[in-house]
Design a protein around this ligand. Structure first.
Ligand code: NAI
Ligand code: 15L
Length: 272
């Protein structure tokens, strides 16, 4: 596949979409933006719901690749997750297949494997080959997205890099995020690697920075050419002083998915 130039960015109005709209053009991409919500400062953005198949076909027509961020990004009712994340992602893949788009970068999540116990400090980092252990209907929809990507590669030759994003925000805001943080700059580097690496088939990678307290094995991301530059450690002293260290006896702390694993999830606005 020649290096992609025109890229459809779904979810362009969201937190991550807004960060990537700023950073990706420097890599030479021309972004076509899509969201169901208005995209601030982008009057040409396509306003469409992932349920609108005709709009999706028109949106993907002529692009070299798609970065698929749109959807519900936290836990919600199964009905809502089914519509936006499961049917919506299927609709987008069908549109991509019909219009001959060659590659998708799919925003999966750490919550696809959220029930995996977090590794002790001296234990091996968690591999991308660990089995799916979703912690929510939201995480389940990311497992579906990864399997859909595998099906579209095996059956239709449509390539995907599924990025199990940790926590991509301007800075980490909890002790858990010290392990999962993906700085916006590293996110752009990872998306660029995922768009340009040759022959990815369907590749699953973890999306985090080079964090001192990392839980994940980044080797499949590095194999695409990703070289993270950031580390959450400069934020550690302040966050540890505020929260204390993670306590293995606390169910919120024992698993990769953190507070998404408890029932009901113990939502905290600073972690949303
Ligand atoms: P966000 O909630 O800020 O943005 C999601 C965007 O998708 C919103 O602008 C929303 O309007 C749009 N959207 C929702 N349903 C839609 C529909 N049916 N049709 C069209 N657009 C729709 O989420 P954020 O943080 O920007 O995340 C982006 C993606 O990355 C999501 O798929 C999320 O699951 C994933 N992700 C993000 C992480 C993070 O740390 N920010 C961590 C792991 C995964
Ligand atoms: C996610 O998947 C969410 O989309 C994001 O808002 C954060 O909560 C992140 O995971 C996390 O686990 O910190």
């Amino acid at each position: 596949m020649p290096a992609p130039r025109t890229v459809l960015l779904t979810g362009a109005a969201g937190g991550l979409g807004t960060l990537m709209r700023d950073l990706l053009p420097a890599y030479g991409y021309e972004l076509r933006l899509l969201d169901v919500a208005p995209v601030a400062g982008a009057p040409d953005a396509i306003r469409a719901d992932l349920g609108d198949r005709e709009a999706l076909r028109a949106a993907v027509r002529g692009v070299d690749a798609i970065i698929h961020l749109a959807g519900i990004s936290l836990e919600a009712s199964f009905a809502d997750i089914l519509k936006a994340n499961i049917e919506g992602t299927y609709n987008l893949y069908e549109a991509a297949r019909q219009e001959g788009v060659e590659r998708v970068v799919f925003a999966s999540s750490n919550h696809a494997v959220g029930f995996t116990p977090r590794p002790d400090d001296d234990a091996p980092r968690v591999s991308v080959d660990t089995r799916h252990r979703p912690d929510t209907f939201y995480g389940l929809s990311k497992c579906f997205g990864e399997d859909l990507a595998q099906l579209y590669w095996d059956k239709h030759g449509l390539e995907t890099v599924s990025v199990r994003i940790g926590s991509c925000f301007p800075e980490p805001t909890s002790v858990r995020m010290l392990s999962l943080w993906l700085s916006p700059g590293d996110c752009a580097r990872l998306l660029d690697a995922a768009l340009t690496a040759a022959d990815v088939g369907h590749t699953v990678v973890y999306g985090s920075s080079a964090n001192t307290r990392a839980w994940w094995d980044l080797s499949s991301a590095r194999a695409l050419g990703y070289e993270p530059r950031d580390d959450s450690e400069p934020y550690a002293a302040k966050l540890l002083a505020a929260e204390g260290a993670l306590d293995p006896a606390n169910p919120d702390h024992a698993r990769l998915g953190g507070h998404f694993c408890t029932n009901p999830p113990t939502w905290r606005s600073d972690l949303a």
